[in-house]
Design a protein around this ligand. Sequence first.
Ligand SMILES: Cc1cc2nc3c(=O)[nH]c(=O)nc-3n(C[C@H](O)[C@H](O)[C@H](O)COP(=O)(O)OP(=O)(O)OC[C@H]3O[C@@H](n4cnc5c(N)ncnc54)[C@H](O)[C@@H]3O)c2cc1C
Length: 386
Amino acid sequence: MVDSSAQLASAPPIQLTASDGSGIRLVALNDSDSRGFWLPRLVTANATRAAKDPATIAYVGDLERNHLLSTAVGVLRPSALVPETMAEGDMRVREPVCIVGTRALRDFHPALCAANLKAAGIAARAVEVDIELDRADANALGLARRFDDPGFRAAFAAELTPRLRGDERVGLPAVLGLRDPHAVWAELEHRLGRPVFEIPTLPPSVPGMRLYTILRAALRAAGGRQIIGPEVVGPLGDGPRLEGLRVQVGRREEVRRAGEVVLATGGFASGGLALDSRWHARDAALGLPLAGVPADGAPRFVPGYFDDQPMARAGIAVDDELRPLDAGGEPVYENVRVAGASIAGAVPWKEKSGDGISLASGHRAAGLILQSARAAAAAGATLEAP
Ligand SMILES: Cc1cc2nc3c(=O)[nH]c(=O)nc-3n(C[C@H](O)[C@H](O)[C@H](O)COP(=O)(O)OP(=O)(O)OC[C@H]3O[C@@H](n4cnc5c(N)ncnc54)[C@H](O)[C@@H]3O)c2cc1C
């Protein structure tokens, strides 16, 4: 929810700097031109910055070709832009790999990962290192905190070094520190004398937490506020502009006023769209009209799991400014934008478009709000001029 669009409009281009003293920085999202596609600028900005600042989370790659990265179970997945700490795991390079794990981390099995990489034609083997972790910390987050400690890193490298072979790259689960992953990764490469890469793991996802920390800090630095928990249960006001939201906070209902709203409540999987016992589908947050819902009596689902499921295309239809449309194709609210899986028409699991749609439409929604706030600010300035 954005409740101060004028403030956002006057905010400088975003440079994401963690304000909690963690020192992690992501340089990106310089959104002075919302027409542009930000990913290439993300790469350029980071590549320049990473050389000067080891605490930057740099993304590498370009949109012309994919890296081929291993999942935690050794399946190869194409990815265009990847965190620098993962890039050496590009399996288009056929150099041998040693996958390193520990029994303390029950969600990452180096032998399974290496066996599947081997089946894909990559010379891979696995090594397990003994790491003592309290049961409560025996997950990726607990391990990442250990890697933040220089003493632990030195001991880890000393134990691993004699077990490595001459030309092997080292693949580790993505646990190389929470505070300053670039420094941890660079130090391990130095200590082990070879390329090191992180492999994404099951939740809790340490790379996700690193990004979350940075984005939350950027939001706060720009004057934003994050409220976790309350459920949006309905719109406030019945005019062409939404006045705000009705939210359920514990057992009571409250009101949150807002000048601009982005609805990003997802599809059926996240409860953004709900299907009741009479097969009536609805947008659970604002009660917006849905498009693509199969007509009464028409099949909603078909037996073949991988077939086109008619209900899967249901969602909110939008215009080219992401405003929700009614059955006649008219915007329901001027100041609501819809982003992500709530939008009608896609079959993300088949198209592999889920996160792409969410990122692109979320970015576009923010750009449109900034644009209209700038226009409003400029109109106000003109009116006030003598
Ligand atoms: C197991 C699994 C694997 C996937 N793998 C991939 C993949 O590899 N690549 C890919 O591109 N996509 C993948 N997807 C799809 C991808 O996760 C979704 O497309 C994406 O998360 C949609 O993002 P979103 O922000 O639009 O909605 P969501 O991520 O669903 O977020 C919506 C949020 O809104 C909240 N919410 C809902 N209703 C309300 C309300 N009334 N009030 C307040 N909050 C509300 C929900 O709790 C949720 O937190 C996968 C999905 C699943 C389930």
